[in-house]
Design a binder for this molecule. Structure first.
Ligand code: KET
Length: 451
């Protein structure tokens, strides 16, 4: 109990508030009734919080790794948790082409800060569709695609899922096992029911293709299927083009609805078109699909929250009606998206030279990650670390799914100040030639002491 509550004389705070109320009441009779209400509400200020029942939530399994890392005073600490690109010096990277685009935007005095339309920047939407579906996509030409700007990949997934929960006859979405930890939360909160399909085989550290085909084969007709367009997170294992073709045929034969998550276009192979092949296959057959795009990784625009949701429909008429309903999802959610990041992306995508500069910088990031794979693999081999580590060089994209268990991960964090998600996922983009030996020492110790 706070002392003020038991004492009969008013506390200094109450006296100040009373004086304020008297002052305001003399200024306006209307104010009197309003302030009287807020004054009586101060009673709870002295008592227990109306939120005292709220229990502390655990940190996010991925972003919480950065929270723990930031608290660690060790000079050798290393954050390999979140999938965020770092330079050889371990610093975040703003691409030169992004700096240039921002400079152009700042210098353009005709630019204003008005609200964008609910669906975002029209030019950005058009260019984003072209980037993922290809410049010559018949679906775009036939106006069968609607694209809306959303808050990065996460927001695009969420808007798409909410639309499906409202307007699609099947409420079940199948997600790969394992997948990005936010997927089940996004889809459940949107009102979909989440099921998993087999994807990764820990024994081979590769794709469980048979399991995948069986699970999608026994899914109810019309079910939604979440597919990682490329660079599967967290496993780094993608189907081959032949396997994609088999998946496509199976899904189309059962009228399963593909929902692509494209968060890493350009990061798997270093080539934007090659990384969009899976999506383009599904669009080429004339069928319908959803695609959530993110520019967080491939343009390094993490905090700008730039992304897009595209819905490929059978006809232009359906596409325009779908768009009208997407606006009803977006308006009460965040009203309309932010202008700055989308303007950066549009500036780069529409200019041939800047686009070209971007692809060069993107390739350099992808190549640095690939060389980190080789260096880590070589370092483990040099140490004679027990086990077959070839999956480090076979897996693609930002992550290596090491196969280390949660005790080994905890050991590496405790003893070596290396931070990573407890499922053994390492962000290769956070590694550099300087830090590879430290990581290899940690893995070696974890494997030899904790197995
Ligand atoms: N999809 C996948 C597969 C994905 O890995 C991420 C981010 C996103 C979507 C969303 O990114 P956005 O920033 O909303 O465009 N993954 C990394 C960051 C995070 O967890 O938020 C990660 O796995 O580390």
């Amino acid at each position: 109990m706070r002392p003020e509550l038991t004492s009969s004389s008013p506390s200094p705070t109450d006296r100040r508030l009373s004086a304020l109320v008297r002052h305001l009441a003399s200024a306006s009779p209307l104010m009197e009734s309003q302030t009287a209400i807020s004054f009586s509400a101060t009673a709870s200020f002295h008592g227990e919080s109306v939120f005292s029942h709220v229990v502390r939530a655990p940190e996010d399994p991925i972003l919480g790794v950065t929270v723990a890392y930031n608290k660690d005073p060790s000079p050798v600490k290393l954050n390999l948790g979140v999938g965020a690109y770092r330079t050889e010096e371990g610093k975040p990277l703003v691409l030169n082409v992004v700096r240039k685009a921002e400079q152009m935007l700042v210098n353009d005095r005709s630019r204003v800060k008005e609200y964008l339309p609910i669906v975002g920047l029209a030019e950005f939407n058009k260019l984003s569709a072209k980037l993922i579906f290809g410049a010559d996509s018949p679906a775009i030409r036939e106006n069968r695609v609607t694209t809306v700007q959303c808050l990065s990949g996460t927001g695009s997934l969420r808007v798409g899922a909410e639309f499906l929960a409202r307007h699609y006859h099947q409420r079940t979405i199948y997600i790969p096992q394992p997948t990005w930890g936010n997927h089940p939360k996004i889809f459940t909160l949107s009102g979909l029911s989440v099921k998993t399909y087999r994807y990764y085989d820990p024994a081979t550290r590769g794709l469980n293709f048979q399991g995948l085909l069986e699970d999608l084969g026994s899914a109810p007709s019309g079910a939604i299927v979440l597919l990682h367009a490329c660079a599967h997170n967290p496993t780094g294992v993608d189907p081959t083009l032949q396997q994609w073709e088999q998946i496509r045929r199976l899904m189309r034969s059962k009228a399963l609805l593909p929902f692509f998550d494209s968060a890493y276009q350009g990061f798997a192979s270093g080539n934007l078109d090659a990384d969009a092949q899976s999506v383009r296959m599904f669009v080429a057959d004339g069928g319908e699909c959803f695609v959530a795009q993110s520019y967080a990784k491939n343009m390094g625009l993490y905090g700008e929250r730039v992304g897009a949701l595209s819905v490929v429909c059978k006809t232009a008429d359906v596409a325009s009606r779908v768009e009208s309903q997407l606006k009803l999802v977006i308006r009460p959610m965040f009203s309309n998206p932010p202008i700055h990041g989308a303007s950066i992306v549009a500036t780069i995508l529409k200019d041939r030279n800047m686009y070209n500069d971007w692809t060069i910088e993107l390739k350099a990031m992808a190549d640095r990650i690939i060389s980190m794979r080789q260096e880590l693999f070589d370092a483990l081999r040099a140490r004679g670390t027990p086990g077959d580590w070839s999956h480090i060089i076979k897996q693609i994209g930002m992550f290596t799914f090491t196969g280390l268990n949660s005790e080994q991960v905890a050991f590496m964090t405790r003893e070596y100040h290396i931070y990573m998600t407890s499922d053994g996922r390492i962000s290769m983009a956070g590694l550099s030639s300087k830090t590879v030996p430290h990581l290899a020492d940690a893995i070696h110790a974890a494997v030899t002491r904790m197995s």
